[in-house]
Design a protein around this ligand. Structure first.
Ligand code: ADP
Ligand code: MG
Length: 165
């Protein structure tokens, strides 16, 4: 079977937001999205789009502090947004009770997911973001594990309007 891989480019934060929005519309309870990319690559921007796609009210975002590891937002389903920038070891995720979050009823999106590679569920969507220049980012989406083919195809068509990276 074709590996589930899609590489796109966005030209400014609005396009990354829109990509997130399209993705967010297709996410369902229990999904996990692992984001990988340097500081300024656009991870938080993408999560904001995902939140919009999940019908999280904008006000929920304005209120969420960026210095905590976990922010939970109510939307079409719960959005667990983790930012692991400040963690030093995966053990810190144990204190957070990560299993209940990752295998729970919400959608989970993790910035700096490569810091806890070994804790990620077998099935997830991995998205890596790369800085190409001031406004351009390369965004690669990869299905890890047995993501059903129909879901992948739905995502591919939802993102068909984006330039290939
Ligand atoms: P991260 O969470 O990966 O550190 P952020 O989303 O917080 O990154 O910040 C990305 C920064 O890059 C923002 O200031 C945003 O305006 C800018 N930017 C420029 N072009 C893009 C793009 N194509 N996609 C996302 N962000 C972009
Ligand atoms: Mg960020």
């Amino acid at each position: 079977m074709q590996p589930l891989r899609l590489t796109l480019a966005t030209h400014g934060p609005e396009e990354t937001l829109e990509l997130g929005r399209q993705l967010g519309r297709l996410l369902v309870a229990g999904d996990l999205v692992a984001l990988v990319g340097d500081l300024g690559a656009g991870k938080t921007c993408l999560v904001q789009g995902i939140a919009q796609g999940l019908d999280v009210p904008e006000s929920s975002y304005v209120r969420s502090p960026s210095f905590v590891i976990l922010n939970v937002h109510a939307g079409r389903c719960e959005l667990n947004h983790l930012d692991l920038y400040r963690i030093h070891s995966p053990a810190e995720l144990e204190d957070l009770g990560y299993r209940e979050i990752f295998y729970g009823e919400g959608v989970t999106v993790i910035e700096w997911a490569d810091k806890i590679e070994g804790l990620l569920p077998e099935e997830h969507l991995r998205i890596s973001l790369d800085f190409r220049n001031e406004t351009e980012r390369v965004i690669a989406l990869e299905g890890i594990g047995d993501l059903p083919r129909e879901r992948w195809e739905a995502l591919r068509s939802a993102l068909a309007g984006f330039t290939e990276g």
